[in-house]
Design a protein around this ligand. Structure first.
Ligand SMILES: [Zn+2]
Length: 451
């Protein structure tokens, strides 16, 4: 009886199972944090600890965000960065980012994770690569914040070791030494990485980008990750500038450079992948590398259009991502799925990506990228109860003939109810936690101090 929840009379359940099943006038039960059963017609008899009325609503799996920088929630719409391209944008923002501290990371992670939850995202990664001198425990702090919010969390221990003095992009006081980075990576894996089914926290290792770390750190991080059995992540092929940088410094294009470092492998996922040749896509697909597609960020920074449809077609694992809030500047995951659909169509025509494909990428695609598709991404018995109820009775959906496609066509923005691991975190479109308001005002104060 404890934690036995029934969703009943749901207009449509978009299961995202391998058959793409959609159930009409449907029900779904949750027991002990997992999807127990689902079907059409009359639900199994109770008792239930809670019954949720799904009339006028669509039920989907929780969305999975595969790339983020939560601390950047403090750096939205910053004058001076608003209209810059990646390298200028970075050089300008490093000077402000270097001020981050433990409280800034905690508060921005709480705010960013709530924003994600409200937009239907139940699992998020984070890529924290900036450790100003003396600020060692920032990953510990964000793990605590994500736990407070109740989102499933995949922090990646980022790193920067190539400062301006050594031909890199970041300033001296935000990079760390090779040994310091590897020791802390090891510590974090031992302390937090949970390998069990349904884990709420899993670690990955993530040197920041080709222009901020040394080749030695890329290699040694991969060795450490493989010994520990955790995934690897980095930014790649985001801009033309990066390509020129790699050709000049390493004599290789970004994908070739990664291949040489032993990074084209099934335990790797890469953010952006905008500037890819047909040969790059072939190499990435053959190596079973995953992709975190960040359409809004790529548009805002004018980086280009990632060949997402071609990557999907080549058999790559592709997920979606909001990217950091200094280059989006929102953490709205359902809106990001809409952006992915629209941007693919700008590039390849109206049939390049359907709403259902974009939603599938946001759910199953993301779970595949994080190697968790046995547990997450679809609504099937035995999988984790990460699910989202979308109310389609509002103004923006009025007259929508197909409510599932309507989530993207009509631009859904916030979920009605969000459950993570069987626990309701958003109800009636509101966070269940009343502390959020306090965090938002503190977030504004810290942002004003840092920018
Ligand atoms: Zn990024």
């Amino acid at each position: 009886m404890e934690n036995r929840v029934l969703f009943r009379d749901v207009d449509v359940i978009a299961t995202m199972d391998p058959h793409g099943s959609e159930l009409h006038g449907a029900w779904l039960t949750v027991e002990e944090g997992k999807v127990a059963a689902l079907g059409q017609g009359a639900p199994p008899p109770g008792p239930y600890s809670e019954e949720v009325d799904g009339r006028g609503q669509v039920l989907t799996p929780g969305l999975v965000n595969t790339h983020h920088h939560l601390y950047q929630t403090l750096f939205r719409a910053v004058p001076g960065a608003q209209d810059a391209e990646l390298f200028d944008w970075l050089v300008f923002l490093y000077e402000r980012w270097r001020g981050i501290h433990e409280e800034a990371v905690h508060v921005s992670a709480v705010v960013g994770c709530w924003e994600l939850l409200l937009s239907g995202c139940t699992t998020t990664t984070d890529h924290l690569y900036l450790f100003p001198r003396g600020r060692r425990n920032l990953i510990d702090v964000e793990i605590e914040a994500a736990g407070e919010v109740g989102i499933r969390f995949h922090p990646t221990r980022g790193s920067m070791s190539l400062s301006r003095a050594d031909g890199g992009l970041p300033p001296e006081d935000v990079v760390q030494s090779h040994d310091e980075i590897l020791l802390d990576s090891q510590r974090l894996i031992e302390r937090y990485h949970d390998r069990r089914f349904g884990a709420m926290v899993r670690l990955a290792l993530a040197p920041c980008s080709p222009f901020s770390v040394t080749p030695e750190l890329m290699r040694d991080t991969a060795t450490l990750a493989r010994e520990a059995g955790v995934l690897l992540h980095t930014h790649l092929a985001e801009t033309d500038d990066e390509q020129e940088f790699c050709l000049r410094k390493f004599g290789r294009r970004p994908v070739e450079y990664l291949e040489e470092l032993g990074w084209l492998a099934p335990d790797v996922w890469l953010a952006h992948l905008v500037h890819l040749s047909a040969e790059d896509i072939r190499l990435l697909a053959a190596a079973d590398v995953g992709m975190a597609h960040c359409p809004s960020s790529n548009m805002l920074l004018g980086s280009g259009i990632a060949p997402t449809a071609a990557c999907v077609e080549a058999g790559m694992r592709v997920g979606l991502a909001v990217d950091g809030s200094a280059s989006n500047d929102t953490s709205n995951m359902i809106r990001e799925a809409r952006q992915a659909m629209l941007l693919a169509r700008v590039q390849g025509g109206a049939q390049a990506m359907s709403a259902r494909t974009a939603l599938w990428l946001a759910c199953v695609g993301g779970a595949q990228v994080l190697r968790r598709d046995e547990e997450l991404g679809s609504l099937e018995p035995g999988k984790c109860a990460d699910l989202v109820l979308w109310d389609t009775r509002g103004l923006e959906f009025a007259g929508a003939a197909d409510p599932v496609a309507g989530l993207l066509h009509c631009a859904a923005q916030y979920a009605e109810l969000v459950m993570v691991n069987g626990v309701v975190r958003v109800r009636g479109g509101r966070p269940v936690d009343e502390e959020l308001e306090r965090y938002v005002s503190r977030h504004r104060e810290i942002a004003a101090q840092l920018t």
